[in-house]
Design a protein around this ligand. Structure first.
Ligand code: NAD
Ligand code: TYD
Length: 339
């Protein structure tokens, strides 16, 4: 049985990954270490809480003793590190926690992994470490120079460099995955797609930053999880893989699709003050993972966004539970600052 430590498994992508592995790979034991920040939500995994192949531990990846105790007690063979502060806007208003978790937390995990010579360390990174592309430019490949623009992407780039350095210096067997923007079930509504769905459902304005012509390459979260699994199980150590959905869309195009599906008017769109340093475009060249590991996305954006909107429609209670907490205060502050 493969024993895997998943960090940040109560967040958006992590919880989808835990669900996929426990449902599809019955020879794995997963320990989920998550601090349960505002973004962590055990409701995402409630149907797996009693699964004999799963153990949840509340804790911080910066806590070296806890990490080492878990590694030893559960004889961990691989780590998949999802745990992070993940929102660009929050990194602009308060960058320090991004360094604490994304850099120092990753360092803590790396030291524990190195000292135990585990089979694999998979770092879940982002295409944002490459910086921004022109609207008419090419795509990011694995050889694109690292050039982050936000405190969030700078912290992720720093952790990528640390992971590589541990491989180079101590022979740590690692992989780094750099994905584009994910969307799908269980995404916290501070991110664009669930935020717009939630606002549209409540007939509230949809705050589009600046001209709305910023482009993201949308990746359905389940497809991201299958790619991570391929990397974890099939990749050579030391390899970096870009993961993208081949679904470039401007923010206005995405908002338009959401409004149409929900039967809401375009008049809900409100252009608001832009994000400082807003990256114009991200686009992934995923040739390497497709040709080397045989991965491919299972849905187009048009299929995935319908599944996603329908999931939020069927799970209004999940959204309500979040929106009724601290979220409202956060949202109002962000919204007011953009007027
Ligand atoms: P998320 O914010 O939804 O979840 C992050 C999880 O990490 C939460 O459960 C949180 O409680 C946990 N966490 C935060 N700090 C922690 C700490 N110090 N110790 C333990 N747990 C902690 O994030 P997500 O969208 O699921 O992203 C997961 C990973 O994927 C991140 O590393 C992110 O940088 C990367 N990524 C995300 C996207 C995206 O579109 N969402 C795109 C590219 C890369
Ligand atoms: P986001 O989901 O925050 O992801 P990222 O910044 O990591 O790409 O934002 C996606 C795009 O949507 C980005 O161009 C910013 C834009 N956006 C809005 O226009 N309005 C919003 O309320 C939010 C949260 C994002």
């Amino acid at each position: 049985m493969k024993k895997i430590l998943v960090t940040g498994g109560a967040g958006f992508i992590g919880s989808n990954f835990v669900q996929m592995v426990l449902s599809e790979y019955h020879d794995c034991f997963l320990v989920n270490l998550d601090k349960l920040t505002y973004a962590g939500n055990l409701e995402n995994l409630s149907s797996f809480a009693d699964n004999p192949n799963y153990k949840f531990i509340k804790g911080d990846i910066c806590d070296s003793k806890l990490v080492c105790d878990i590694m030893d007690e559960y004889k961990i063979e691989a780590i998949v590190n999802f745990a992070a502060e993940s929102h660009v806007d929050r990194s602009i208003t308060g960058p320090k926690i991004f360094i604490d978790t994304n850099v120092n937390g990753t360092l803590t995990l790396l030291e524990a992994a190195r000292d135990r010579d585990i089979e694999r360390f998979v770092q879940i990174s982002t295409d944002e470490v490459y910086g921004s592309l022109e609207l008419s430019g090419g795509q990011f490949t694995e050889d694109t120079p690292i050039s982050p623009n936000s405190p969030y992407s700078a912290s992720k780039a720093a952790s990528d460099h640390l992971v590589k350095a541990f491989g180079h210096t101590w022979g740590l067997k690692y992989n780094i995955t750099r994905c584009s923007n994910n969307y799908g079930q269980y995404q916290f509504p501070e991110k664009m797609i669930p935020l717009m769905i939630n606002n549209a459902l409540n007939d509230k304005e949809l705050p589009v930053y600046g001209d709305g012509l910023y482009v993201r390459d949308w990746l359905y979260v389940y497809d991201h999880c299958t790619a991570i699994w391929k990397v974890l199980t099939d990749a050579e150590p030391g390899q970096i893989y870009n993961i993208g959905g081949c679904n470039e869309k401007s923010n206005l195009e995405v908002v338009d699709i959401i409004l149409k599906r929900l039967g809401k008017p375009k008049s809900l769109i409100k252009h608001v003050k832009d994000r400082p340093g807003h990256d114009r475009r991200y686009a992934i060249d995923a040739t390497k993972i497709i040709t080397e590991l045989g991965w491919k996305p299972s849905v187009t954006f048009e299929q995935g966004i319908i599944k996603t909107i329908d999931w939020y429609l069927e799970n209004t209670k999940w959204l309500e539970n979040i929106v009724s907490g601290d979220y409202q205060k956060y949202y109002q502050q962000m919204y007011d600052a953009r007027q």
